[in-house]
Design a protein around this ligand. Structure first.
Ligand SMILES: [Zn+2]
Ligand SMILES: [Zn+2]
Length: 108
């Protein structure tokens, strides 16, 4: 019994050693340095999921930091924080609770 088992065990150990050689699967390389798009494309519907500035976390159509031309409109309605250079309604420095919620993605 033990006479016939010993060579078998030795063979198995050899086979395991051979298979256990470093054969780590190569991880797929991540695309290098391409940041995700955080700004809305031109022509999106204001108020839609796509209308979103990921950098400033406000609707892109209301983002004065991305589109300074919007500033005058906010100032005209009195919605302006001169201290921080932002619409008052977006100024989280003045009120941290002013968090915009991104609209959900429309069903395809
Ligand atoms: Zn922005
Ligand atoms: Zn402010």
């Amino acid at each position: 019994m033990s006479r016939s088992l010993a060579p078998l065990l030795a063979l198995t150990a050899l086979a395991l050693a051979a298979c256990g050689a470093p054969a780590a699967p190569a991880a797929p390389a991540a695309p290098a340095g391409k940041p995700a798009a955080v700004h809305a494309a031109a022509g999106v519907t204001p108020g839609s999921h796509e209308d979103w500035c990921g950098e400033h976390e406000v609707p892109e159509s209301l983002c004065t930091r991305c589109n300074p031309a919007l500033t005058a409109a906010f100032q005209a309605t009195g919605d302006w924080c001169a201290e921080h250079g932002l619409p008052e309604s977006q100024c989280r420095t003045c009120d941290a609770s002013r968090v915009f919620v991104r609209p959900p993605k429309a069903a395809p």
